[in-house]
Ligand binder design. Structure first.
Ligand SMILES: Nc1nc2c(ncn2[C@@H]2O[C@H](COP(=O)(O)OP(=O)(O)OP(=O)(O)O)[C@@H](O)[C@H]2O)c(=O)[nH]1
Ligand SMILES: [Mg+2]
Length: 391
């Protein structure tokens, strides 16, 4: 599957930059193109210069709202960013339009952090613009939810997140959610390691996008997972997970025997990888609430067997009984079995509900504060009333 990717704000830009690296990897190691074009959009020029892999020209690192913000960002005001996107959106559309291999694009993936200003404000506006223009291609969003400590210290975090989620959900074909706090729980050292978190967000997409682009028979599984399978699976709120089990050395190419013991150990390893993918889903959810799911098994072709694929299917079915389940197997990799799981069409998502509930009270609070500050006479100015002015 080939994506056209646009990252908005600092978070979106950095994750898009990671996808650019992913495309270099797939091209270098596998001879596959999985991305047709990658762009970063920001109101802050400094953030754009901090990227590594996205081409450095102004058509790939796109500064918007320069006349309003002078390249210094919108400082968390997502409404201002949404206005800028409405005014300057043509710049982004122009860049997309001139993507060299645009016609090969299967879908768009637009990325942003929900809690900031630029990303959360521009994302929904641009999804809408792109959808209106390219009616035949799905537009997916990847939205990053804030850390707990950000929610605790700043009301705007909750407010921006809720407004962004509601707006994006109403326009995107599917919304991948990924919660920064989940990665901290996995490994406490990640609190300060955004780059590592970004890798963990991006990794699951590697095999997912590559599998359907393979042309050589030896890399094509019994059931190839292609763009159609993915597009049919994705709709509404979506979580994704990734797990892997290393294979013992005896399973590497020089292993000779294939006995029942080895086979059952492969199945066990596969199930282990799937369990990890489910327990480390990108956002907390109950798989029972998913109406559409997908799994992709990637393993050395020697380790792939029908029983393993079936066991994985049974395992996913048992936790997501309501979902239509699509699957694929991908004979690649060496030394490990890995599984990507997608749970889509989630009709109940406590995390999102909580943002909506908390934001409703924050809206009133933010308005109250702003009004009371506006009404309040400036105490310092009051004292200066008897001093003459030169103006
Ligand atoms: N996973 C991840 N989260 C990030 C990254 N950068 C920022 N965030 C999170 O994204 C949110 C802030 O969004 P930013 O992207 O910094 O904000 P912005 O869109 O640039 O908006 P302004 O700077 O306010 O104009 C916070 O919740 C951060 O924790 C990143 O590279 N990766
Ligand atoms: Mg920023």
């Amino acid at each position: 599957m080939k994506l056209l990717i646009v990252g908005f704000g600092q978070c979106g830009g950095r994750i898009a930059d990671g996808f650019a690296r992913l495309n270099k990897r797939s091209r270098g190691r596998r001879g596959l193109e999985i991305i047709t074009g990658i762009y970063a959009v920001n109101t802050d020029a400094a953030d754009l210069s901090g990227l590594y892999n996205i081409r450095a020209d102004y058509q790939h690192r796109i500064l918007i709202g320069g006349d309003k913000t002078r390249g210094h960002g919108v400082a968390k005001m997502s409404e201002a960013a949404a206005d800028i996107a409405r005014e300057d959106g043509d710049k982004i559309i122009d860049a997309i339009r001139t993507t060299k291999r645009f016609f090969e694009t299967d879908a768009f993936l637009l990325i942003a952090g929900a809690a900031g200003g630029t990303g959360s404000g521009t994302l929904p506006v641009m999804i809408q613009r792109i959808k209106e223009r390219y009616v035949d291609k799905p537009v997916y969003a990847l939205v990053v939810l804030p850390f707990e400590h950000e929610e605790e210290t700043e009301e705007r975090t909750i407010y921006n997140t809720a407004v962004c989620l509601k707006s994006v959900y109403s326009v995107a074909d599917a919304v991948f959610l990924t919660d920064n706090q989940r990665y901290v729980k996995k490994d406490i050292s990640l609190r300060n390691n955004i780059a590592k978190i970004n890798d963990m967000i991006i990794d699951p997409f590697y095999n997912l996008l590559c599998a359907g682009e393979e042309k050589k028979a030896k890399y094509i599984g019994t059931k190839m997972l292609d763009a159609g399978d993915i597009m049919h699976t994705l709709s509404g709120w979506t979580a994704f997970g990734y797990g892997k089990s290393l294979l013992p050395l005896i399973n590497l190419p020089f292993a000779v025997t294939r006995n029942f013991r080895k086979k059952s150990s492969e199945t066990h390893k596969g199930i282990q990888a799937m369990d990890q993918a489910i327990s480390e889903l990108s956002v907390h959810c109950d798989p029972k609430d998913s109406a559409s799911a997908l799994y992709l098994l990637t393993a050395p072709s020697k380790e792939m067997n029908v029983e393993l694929v079936k066991e994985l299917g049974d395992s996913l079915r048992s936790i997501a009984p309501e979902a239509i389940i699509r699957n694929g197997d991908y004979p690649r990799e060496s030394g490990e079995i890995n599984v990507v799981v997608i749970l889509s069409r989630l009709n109940e998502l406590e995390k999102v509900k909580q943002y909506y509930i908390k934001a409703s009270s924050v809206v009133a609070e933010i308005e109250r504060k702003q009004e009371s500050m506006a009404d309040k006479p400036n105490a310092t100015e009051e004292v200066s009333k008897d001093i003459p002015t030169l103006l």
